[in-house]
Structures are given as C-alpha cells and as structure tokens.
Write a protein that binds this ligand. Structure first.
Ligand code: BGC
Length: 253
C-alpha cells in the first residue's frame, strides 16, 4: 500500500510517498522549512501544503518531534509550548481532510530501521538515536516498540536536558568541530549505555549523513551503527507505522 509519510522536525517538514510494504520511497523527498514560530496552526498549514504537493488522498503517517500519546502532544520538545495538549492527529486530519497517524519521530525512524534497515531481525534492546535539532530515541525490545523513550531529556551538568548540549543544534549554535561535538555525543551514548544497557544502537537523523566524520569519536562497549536509511528513515517509518495502524488499529508492535 502506498502511503504518504511525513517527518516533522525542528528545522524542516519533509514528506514522500512510500510503499509501506517494502519500505521503498516512491518519490523524491519534498521539504518545506519549519515555520520559525513552531506553533500549531502554522505548522499544520505546512503539513497541508505537503499533502497538496503530492495531490494525496488516503491515510498519512507522520513523525512528530515530541512525546505523542494517543495522538496528543505531551511535551513541547523543541517546538512552541502551545503544542502541549494538542491532539495532533485531529488537528492534521482537520486541516488536510486526510486521516493521520501521528507518532514520535524517533519511534517512526526506528520502525523503518527495524523493518527494512539495520535493525531488521535484531533482538534484545535496540535503540534508535536521531541526531537533529534534538536528540530523539526509539526503543525496541525483541522488535516491539516501547513508545516515547526520551533519552535526550537526561539532565547533564548545567543543562536541563543533554540534547541542549549534544544535539546537532548545539554543534551549529556553538560552531563546534565534529571532533568537539563528537566527544559530546559520545558522552551522551555513554550515559545511554549506563542507563539502559542496549544490545545495539542505530544512529539516524539528519546528522547521520556525516557519520564518517564522527564515528571514530564513538567509544562505548555497545555496538553502534549508522541507519542505512539515514534521514529518510523518519518518512519511511511514519508510513510503516500508519500501515500498521490501518491493519491492527494500534501501533504497539
Ligand atoms: C523530543 C523528542 C524528539 C526529539 C527529536 C526532543 O526534543 O523531546 O520527543 O524525538 O527531540 O526530534
């Protein structure tokens, strides 16, 4: 089944048509910058533009950069605080006229990797980490999603959450070299390892395309690999999650 997958990020909102059975992207990725306000109405308008661009009618899967439970945004993440309490499913469905399935963006990226990428067939605790405006994390135990893992929220030194110090946005804000930033990212992974003892960590999100520039700064016991689908994982995974909801009426496995 061909499904429109949308990946909402702090800097861009991206979409593509995906064959949700094979995980193949059927069109080019279409990207519109995230409105500076990062407020619900303006972002919903961009989501509608993406749906219109593909002239799409049908169910839409959408990764969203914060905690999403039963369609409702429970934390602002790096978006405007007025998102908290908004039923994102309903808002996007209303604005576009198409039925939405919304889930956390890193959970979506994880779905893609577990079904079609580096995580396929991997048992135990697999953690997908997405590096972008924030640090996202998707956790899968024996292939089953444990939704809304928020490892980027670990407090660190003077920072309320470690993502403020170790995400790609920190690299950009402080103009850090890959070496300096890579050491910070490694510190984050050290804490992840200490807290949840994963069997495998998969690195996705926009910065995963620079993997070769920072992989040698990663020095932990756990096996760490790059998401083969890289930053397309969010779009593909959102479509896969949507198909699952169509078939099972829930996203839990
Ligand atoms: C949010 C996460 C999200 C991550 C990546 C964080 O700020 O708390 O829910 O997955 O950013 O977008």
């Amino acid at each position: 089944m061909d499904i429109l997958g949308i990946d909402i990020g702090g800097s861009g909102i991206k979409g593509a048509l995906v064959n949700a059975e094979t995980g193949e992207m059927l069109t080019e990725r279409y990207r519109i910058p995230t409105p500076k306000s990062r407020k619900p109405d303006e972002m919903a308008h961009v989501v509608a533009q993406i749906v219109e661009h593909f002239n799409y009618k049908g169910p839409v899967g959408c990764g969203f950069p914060s905690i999403v439970k039963n369609g409702v945004c429970l934390s602002p993440g790096n978006l405007h605080p007025s998102w908290v309490g908004v039923n994102v499913d309903e808002l996007f469905t209303e604005v576009t006229g198409q039925e939405f399935t919304v889930l956390n963006d890193a959970d979506a990226a994880g779905y893609a990797s577990m079904n079609y990428g580096a995580g396929k067939g991997k048992n135990g605790l697999v953690i997908m980490i997405t590096i972008g405006t924030g640090l996202g994390s998707g956790a899968f135990f024996n292939g089953v999603l444990l939704p809304n893992f928020e490892l980027g929220q670990i407090p660190y030194k003077k920072y309320k959450k470690i993502e403020k110090w170790a995400a790609a946005s920190a690299k950009e804000r402080e103009d850090l070299s890959f070496k300096k930033w890579g050491k910070r990212f490694n510190k984050f992974l050290t804490l992840v390892e200490l807290i949840v003892s994963p069997d495998l960590i998969i690195i996705g999100g926009g910065t995963s395309k620079n993997w070769e520039e920072f992989r040698h700064h990663i020095d932990i016991e756990t096996h760490v690999i790059k998401a083969e689908l890289m930053n397309h994982a969010g779009i593909i995974g959102a479509a896969v999650a949507c198909l699952r909801e169509q078939h099972h009426g829930h996203l839990s496995s």
